[in-house]
Structures are given as C-alpha cells and as structure tokens.
Design a protein around this ligand. Structure first.
Ligand code: SF4
Length: 473
C-alpha cells in the first residue's frame, strides 16, 4: 500500500474560523458547552482556540492558546474558567493577520461599558482604512487582525450602549462578519448584511446558543431556533429573552463555497442541508458526464457524499479509494509559505485492493491550487488504477476570495488563467469534468449566493477596495 504526504494547506482549500456562544439564566459551567461546540467546529480552524466567560457582572475570564481545541483545553484550563451566565469561544484559521497567540480569539478588552469579549469569523476588507483612522485618533492595537479593529470600532461607537456601538460600527464595516460579543450579562450575535458567513441560533434547556454551524448545536443537544439573518443584530438577556434589529437592509448572498467545501456535511446552512447539496452535486454530475469506468470514489472528506450521489445515479459501484489519517500527531498548523512547503503534513493512503486494475472516477469538491489533485492522481496510478477521471463538484476556481477563505491571488489558482483541458493535463487526469455554476446553485437551494471565486460576481462591490491583490482582467 503506497501513501503520500500532503501539506494540510494544500489539502483542498482551507477552513476559516468557527464561533460559538451561550447565555443562561443561572450561573453554569458554560465553558464546557463552548468546548464541545468548538470541538464540533474544529474543521473551521485549527491554529488556535479560546474561550471567554463573564463573571462578577463586569469581569471576563478567558483562556486561549495555539493548537487544536483538545490540545488547548484540558480539565485544568476549563476549571480555571468560572461558572458564568455568558460564554463565547473561537477556533481560528488566519486569513488576515499572522498566526500567533496575540491574534488568537476571543479578543478581550476594557471598553466604555467594562470588560468585553469579541469572537469574529470573516474578513473586514476596509479594516486597514478604519485602523488608520483610529490610530490617528489615538487608539492602539496589539495585533495585526481585522478582528481587533472591529472590536475597537465597536467600542469607539459605544457612546450610549454596546448595542448602539455594534449597530453604528457594523454600518461602517465592508466585508464578511459573523460576530459574537459578550458584554456584562448580555450576548450579541451579528451577521453581515450579505450573510456571507453562517451563524445559527439554538436553545438548550432555556439557554440561548449561537454557532457558526448547526453541527455545533447538535454537539450539545441544542435545538435550532433559526439562522441569524443577514444584517441582523440579536441581543440576548440571561432570562432567554431577546430583541432583534437590523443595522442594514439585508441583501442575502451567502458564500456558496460553504456548501462546496467549508462546512461539515452534517450541518444545515440557511435551511439547506450541506449533505443533500453535495449528494445532489454528485447526482447531477453523473447525469452530465458519460464516463465509462469501473468504480467511483471520493476524496475524503467533503467529496465522499458527492461520490455516493454519482454512484447512485450512474450505477457504477462506489468504493473507498483513499484513506485520510486523522491521527498524525500535530500541534497546530501555521499558514506561512515555509510551513506550507516544509512542515505540518497529512498522510493520505490508497486502498490498493479496491482500485488495482480499475478505471476510476474520482470526485473532489474543488480544485484550488491543483497540487493536491496531482499528487492524489499519481498516488492512485501507483496503486494500480488504470484510468483516473476527475469529476469536480464545483466550477473552475478562477478568482481570489476577499472574505476569509484562503485563496489570495489569481496566480495561486490552477484555474486562474487556465481552462479545463490545460488543468487536466497539469494534474495528470485522463479526463476532467466540472459542475456548472448554475447547477451548483441549484443543488445549494437556488439562493442568490456570493460566487466570486468562480465568476468574479462577489457579494460585496470591491470597487473602492482595490489593491495590488485585486487582479481583475
Ligand atoms: S469569493 Fe468564493 S469563497 Fe469567497 S465568499 Fe465568495 S463564494 Fe465564498
């Protein structure tokens, strides 16, 4: 059985951040619920983890460090966090700001209304401008993250109340943000006006819970109430009562890449099951492609569901072709180029007995840089596959993302300047087939999505935020 070593950062695209928050009437060990919630959101960020809890009315205790949730938090750390009415947590994958503990979240600070903590998922694309203005006014910053800018701006605008501060600050943010803010005995949940990042609300035994994905509500046996709406601020009190207001008219354009790759298959985003979306992508691809082959397989984990859909419609048997080793020891993943090339690795192994002498259809969720696909195809051939036909459950990724998904420049993308035929040659496949964008949108619930990385049709008008990174043709 042959195997290959893959860099985690090349293994598909990457996770973003995950956030989780809970508020209760009685003081409870809420840090434990947050721990389990973050554990369920681990796929969204593996660099750092943190939990903040309020206590004594206006104090905040917190712990954050680099590493996976279960490496950062043990009994000892959880016991240090007092029983509380409000707790929030964060797992991080950095797309803005470097990967070190100063940039780990939640961000905890002294604000106009006492101690506060903020957990953020997304990218504020006008953060550099806001930061410049604030530094000029005398603010100081400790980290290089847009999340600290966001926290400082909320505080700056909080002249009457924290809620007012969130309302006014959010009106000025351009980009993607799902936010949880802890202040005193209140929990605030916010989603940007396009709803680019997911945020769902649930309840468990009268406690109100928020999470990036529904799988984290399931992890603590919480029931779904509803999604936080684009442009909405929800303010929750400890008795479970809550109010809602909008800082901007909603213009719902959630990130379609959440369905393709980022979210967990067992999550439901904005009412649409990620599993069903991926399964339907596989079904449609089977109807579209007429490939003569012996077996169908998927690249773990997100493409396995699509492979099942393909197999069910085509009648070509589904097999396991690749195994991803989940138990390779690692501390944390740093996103620097040197780490990409040299360090944290993930081992992928082929099931030789399943594929030897077979013509294989391989489903993947997307091809971003192409390096992983090339290595996988070569691995499958070395293990005896006679043909490898690559079938991708999304269109060609042609454009960068500015909203927190790690696809920085057109040059990094194998499809940035190439068509399917050229990509097919580069990755060494026998044939290559992509799912058209309109079919993908159909599978994801037919909504109005951000599809910027596929067709430059971004949810946010980037006109005023061009930089050297924005390489439009
Ligand atoms: S550009 Fe792509 S990855 Fe980024 S938010 Fe839009 S759809 Fe998602």
């Amino acid at each position: 059985m042959k195997s290959i070593i893959l860099d985690e950062r090349q293994f598909g695209t990457h996770e973003e951040c995950g956030i989780f928050g809970i508020i209760s009437e009685e003081k409870q060990e809420l840090a434990r619920d947050v721990y389990y919630g973050l554990f369920a959101l681990q796929h969204r960020g593996q660099e750092s983890a943190g939990i903040a809890v309020s206590y004594d009315e206006d104090k905040v205790a917190y712990y954050k460090n680099m590493g996976l949730v279960n490496a950062v938090f043990h009994e000892e750390e959880l016991r240090l966090l007092p029983s509380t009415n409000v707790a929030i947590g964060h797992v991080r994958y950095s797309t803005m700001g470097s990967s070190n503990v100063v940039n780990a979240q939640p961000i905890v600070f002294y604000g106009r209304f006492g101690r506060m903590a903020v957990a953020h998922n997304g990218n504020i694309i006008n953060a550099p401008n806001i930061k410049k203005r604030m530094i000029y006014k005398g603010h100081i910053f400790q980290s290089s993250t847009d999340s600290e800018v966001l926290a400082a701006a909320i505080n700056d605008y909080s002249t009457e109340s924290v809620e007012q501060g969130i309302y006014d600050a959010c009106k000025n943010f351009v980009g993607a943000f799902a936010l949880l803010v802890l202040s005193g005995n209140k929990l605030y949940a916010v989603r940007d006006r396009n709803g680019l990042k997911p945020l769902i609300m649930g309840q468990k035994d009268g406690n109100i819970v928020f999470a990036s994905e529904s799988c984290a509500l399931d992890a603590i046996d919480a029931e779904v109430i509803r999604d936080v709406m684009p442009g909405e601020i929800i303010t929750v009190n400890t008795d479970g009562s809550y109010t809602s207001r909008y800082f901007a008219p909603p213009d719902k354009r959630p990130c379609i890449f959440e369905y393709v790759y980022l979210a967990r298959s067992d999550s439901v985003l904005d009412g649409t099951s990620v599993y069903e979306s991926r399964y339907n992508c596989g079904k449609i691809l089977a109807e579209m492609c007429n490939i003569d082959a012996d077996i169908v397989a998927g690249v773990p984990d997100s493409a396995l569901v699509s492979a099942r859909g393909y197999s069910d419609v085509s009648g070509i048997p589904y097999v396991d072709a690749l195994s991803k080793n989940r138990y390779i020891g690692r501390t944390f993943i740093q996103p620097s180029q040197s780490m990409r090339e040299n360090s944290v690795k993930i081992k992928l192994t082929a099931f030789r007995n399943n594929i030897q002498g077979k013509r294989l259809i391989l489903l993947d969720d997307s091809i971003v840089r192409g390096t992983t696909s090339k290595k996988i195809i070569s691995l499958l051939r070395k293990n005896g596959a006679t043909e490898v036909h690559m079938v991708v459950a999304s269109p060609i990724v042609k454009w960068p993302c500015y909203f927190g998904v790690d696809m920085d420049t057109k040059e990094q993308l194998i499809g940035g300047y190439r068509d399917a035929e050229e990509i097919c040659k580069l990755i060494g496949a026998d044939s290559l087939h992509y799912l058209p964008l309109e079919k993908l949108a159909e599978c994801c619930g037919c909504g109005n999505f951000c599809t910027g990385c596929f067709d430059a049709n971004y949810a946010v008008d980037l006109g005023n935020f061009h930089s050297e990174k924005l390489l439009f043709e």
